[in-house]
Design a protein around this ligand. Structure first.
Ligand code: BEZ
Length: 213
């Protein structure tokens, strides 16, 4: 297992999932992706997480993001658990869950942290760009359910900054002003960002979010 770092190509794999055998890169196609791990099937926090993600389908679709979950239990277990998730969370799980019984994918993505638990995966999140490169890695402990609003917020930032020479400030949300990349001179910024440049300091220049009408 090699360490995965931002900018690396997301390791490819073929795995059994709740939706059949999937080759990860083929399945991603031209989409962005989220790969996120769950300690085990039939556990309470994971149940709420998968239900929440299913409810955000439209938000992920709008951003051209495909979602794949992982748990170290088998396909039959996943099918039974999905029924429970749909029933208790009032939703329809419509994304694949990897049945990583042999730990192959968990190992590949370093999702088992032995000093936290020797067998169960931690709550890892990998956001993968449409170039198959790893754009974000977050790791939560088993006891803390993830904030998927935050994940959408980061994806908005990643997709914006991939195409515009800007960065997003603390607590930024879609629609708010952004920071102009330090690599651009203020003179150039005034030509590029026609909605206006607010120079607070020579190194701190703000502009309205450029990809909005
Ligand atoms: C859960 O998903 O609820 C969970 C899993 C492992 C440890 C603690 C909570």
């Amino acid at each position: 297992m090699a360490t995965i770092r931002l900018g690396d190509e997301a390791p490819n794999f073929t795995a059994q999932t709740s939706e059949g055998q999937i080759n990860f890169h083929e399945w991603l196609g031209d989409s962005w992706g989220i790969l996120f791990s769950h300690p085990a099937d039939y556990t309470p926090v994971c149940t709420t997480e998968l239900g929440t993600v299913a409810k955000y389908t439209e938000e992920f679709n709008k951003r051209n993001v495909k979602v794949m979950a992982l748990s170290v239990d088998g396909v039959e277990s996943h099918h039974g658990w999905i029924k429970d998730i749909n029933e208790t969370q009032n939703t329809t799980v419509n994304f694949p869950i990897i049945a990583d019984e042999d730990g192959k994918v968990s190992e590949l993505y370093d999702m088992i942290h032995p000093n936290a638990d020797s067998k169960l995966t931690v709550r890892s999140v990998f956001v993968i760009g449409n170039d198959k490169k790893v754009k974000l890695i977050i790791t939560y402990p088993a006891s803390t359910g993830r904030n998927f609003e935050e994940l959408l917020r980061v994806i908005d930032s990643l997709q914006l900054t991939a195409y515009h020479k800007v960065a997003t400030p603390a607590n930024w949300k879609h629609g708010e002003d952004v920071v102009i990349s330090p690599a651009i001179s203020t003179a150039d910024a005034k030509n590029i960002f026609t909605k206006g440049v607010n120079e607070i300091k020579p190194y701190l220049r703000m502009t309205p979010q450029p990809n909005l009408d």
